[in-house]
Design a protein around this ligand. Sequence first.
Ligand code: SAM
Length: 479
Amino acid sequence: MSYDVASKKAEEFIDHEEVLSSLVYADKYKNDTAYLDELLEKAKPVWKNGLLECPGLTHREASVLLACELPEYNEKIIKLAEEIKQAFYGNRIVLFAPLYLSNYCINGCLYCPYHMKGQIPRKKLTQEEIKREVIALQDMGHKRLAIEAGEDPKNNPISYILDSIETIYSIHHKNGAIRRVNVNIAATTVEEYKMLKDAGIGTYILFQETYHKEGYEYLHPTGPKSNYAYHTEAMDRAMEGGIDDVGLGVLFGLDKYRYEFAALLMHAEHLEAVFGVGPHTISFPRVKKAEGIDPDAFDNGISDETFEKIIACARIAVPYTGMIISTRESEKVRLAALRMGISQISGGSRTSVGGYTEEERPHDTEQFDVSDQRTLDEVVAWLMQGGYIPSFCTACYRAGRTGDRFMSLCKTGQISNCCQPNALMTLQEYLSDYASPETAEIGKKLIAEELKRVPNEQVREQTRGYLERIVAGERDFRF
Ligand code: SAM
């Protein structure tokens, strides 16, 4: 095989030799201060002809930063990641929750309790149960969900997923609404991706788990997911099916992190080369303890420090891509990750099928242990106390700003005249409808301060008017 970024074949756009030689390249230059300075300079965001330019780094260049061992330069890397994050995302953090529809699965993934031989009780929500879960999620304040299901064509066929999406969008309980449904289901065909697109999904998310083919085949011994090429080429099929926003991810801990990092960026470069737009998001999950699963059984676990550095280097390499961290991680790790580049987090999550309607957090059908077990209200208050703006915004996708149209919003810097007011207005909706009095009080002050930061005066005044109308009871304004 030879490396070809625009090839349609998995083993050519994730060419094993190219990954290995990128790691050799990274080792050669990792402590070369002149080269590190050059990379850090190149990756800085700068205004040019009215555009906020930030070229990012190639998989080879970003691998050099990741391998760097010089403490002084590692600090510079983190500072640059923070600067890039501030330039494009400001202090806004988008919130979402996963909704587990079914844990029926015919795959044999060694790290996942859903695997065929797993002993967990199987459960699939009926449309009536989905309604109840969605009402519970709306009552928490969520507007954006990621639906999750195991792979089982008999129990979870595409028709079930489509019906579930329709149900979710149809529920309007009090002032609640789910305005964006992201979908994390197994790799499928172009036809089925078209159906998902027609159902109005937001991002199609599929974690690669590992890009290392040999490791992948060992970890996925049976079931449809055992086909490395079919899984790795899924995003190409999704984009061919018309889905503009796709979300990548590696399950860190399964294989060597430097290999995964280089290959993940090669995947992003591939999508950019073929479709003219990179991934909308990248998720950063690590293997967690789960029923019958011991994360220590996978000997590639990474420290919190390394995990945070991966996030910082990714932020520098793909400046326009949304970056996600879930409640798999603790409050402490999430706080550091937010600083280094994460732009979306889940809050108040339950990973069991039907978990949101149970009084107590159920564990029997859970996918994995959740480290951050705080309520959404606690997460919202915590974000605000840390200087962040919790955002429930779903405007871009609803206004058709997906794929390259979203990217151009980032590049023109108009993001702060658009995302900042949208974040504040959706936060006000949350405060008016769902927040505890303490959280509402913190939020009121934050909104007053942050409104001043909307650069365009006309937009700022319009936002002020919309905020007053939200407080008076109207909903769903957006730019
Ligand atoms: N079934 C779909 C598929 O095959 O891609 C996706 C849904 S699955 C519910 C979502 C993700 O959970 C998987 O892609 C995997 O990365 C992650 N996962 C599985 N086992 C895990 C574990 N023990 N710890 C953390 N994440 C895990």
